[in-house]
Design a protein around this ligand. Structure first.
Ligand SMILES: Nc1ncnc2c1ncn2[C@@H]1O[C@H](COP(=O)(O)OP(=O)(O)O)[C@@H](O)[C@H]1O
Ligand SMILES: [Mg+2]
Length: 269
């Protein structure tokens, strides 16, 4: 098998941890390092992918699902040439369309994915079944959390749901909005103590992003902070994480693997 793009789902226990910002900026940073990245917006939170990128897509996945539109006509170009699939309210309704339409969409996505290196899915917050399905389909899972105790509890609940589904995936953690470099380390240590004790599971610490006023500014200006404020602390942290992800490079299974994983799960039920 020749392999395919690495599919990575970005998840969080609750909204507001900065998941969309991390997903988008990391995607742009990786594209800048010479990889081809596609970001699928599957989060219905407030500031979604297109808002953060200042895009105003005419069509979204919703049009693909319900208006017979081709996925290629819905794909939009973002900064540095990253490809974006705007989700609209379509992303979470994939499971609701009939199987013929699902098959067509699958084929279109597999075609689209053939030339890509990375497929990032901004997967939504919480343990909604469709969010989990996305996560289980992808090769890797990255959870974005903050150092707050509530975020720790939410991350634990999310990881429990993922492990209970027997996905046996490595889960990587990015701690966002840290106030010091040890805060991220402490957060992941605390999480791992809980996980090891109750689930016999542990996560890996991919990196931290500092709390940085330039993030908020960039969001208001509708540009990714790695482009608008490349020398900010947050940008430097994201670039470091991008390099780390590339260094950990492994073959992905692309959209083919993504759908295979999902279909296997559905037929088990
Ligand atoms: N590292 C950070 N430093 C400062 N503010 C941040 C940081 N990350 C996120 N934020 C703030 O949090 C808000 C929500 O981020 P967003 O990515 O939309 O979260 P989510 O997708 O998890 O709901 C942003 O608009 C920004 O103001
Ligand atoms: Mg979001």
């Amino acid at each position: 098998m020749s392999g395919g793009a690495r599919t990575i789902s970005f998840l969080s226990g609750k909204g507001g941890t900065g998941k969309t910002n991390v997903c988008v900026n990391l995607g742009v940073a990786i594209q800048r390092l010479g990889k081809k990245v596609l970001i699928i917006d599957g989060d219905l939170g407030l500031a979604n992918v297109e808002v953060i990128l200042g895009l105003m897509p005419r069509y979204t996945l919703y049009d693909v699902l319900y208006r017979d539109m081709e996925i290629r006509s819905v794909v939009t170009y973002g900064p540095e040439g990253v490809l974006i699939v705007p989700g609209g309210s379509g992303a979470l309704e994939l499971s609701k369309i009939d199987t013929d339409r699902q098959k067509i969409l699958m084929e279109q996505l597999i075609d689209l994915g053939d030339n890509l290196d990375y497929i990032f899915i901004d997967g939504g917050a919480g343990i909604h079944q469709d969010v989990l399905t996305f996560a289980l389909g992808s090769d890797e899972i990255i959870i974005v959390m903050t150092p707050e105790p509530t975020s720790l509890a939410d991350a634990y609940t999310l990881i429990k749901a993922v492990t209970l589904s027997n996905a046996q995936k490595e889960i990587k953690i990015i701690v966002n909005r840290v106030k010091s470099s040890i805060e991220g380390e402490e957060t992941v240590d605390r999480l791992n103590i809980l996980l090891e004790r109750f689930l016999r599971f542990s996560v890996t610490h991919l990196g931290d992003i500092p709390d940085d006023i330039w993030v908020e500014r960039a969001v208001k200006e509708q540009l990714p902070f790695v482009i608008r404020y490349p020398f900010s602390k947050a940008s430097r942290a994201v670039n470091e994480i991008a390099l780390k992800l590339l260094a950990l490079e492994k073959k992905g299974t692309g959209f083919r693997g993504f759908f295979r994983n999902i279909l296997e799960r559905i037929s088990i039920k």
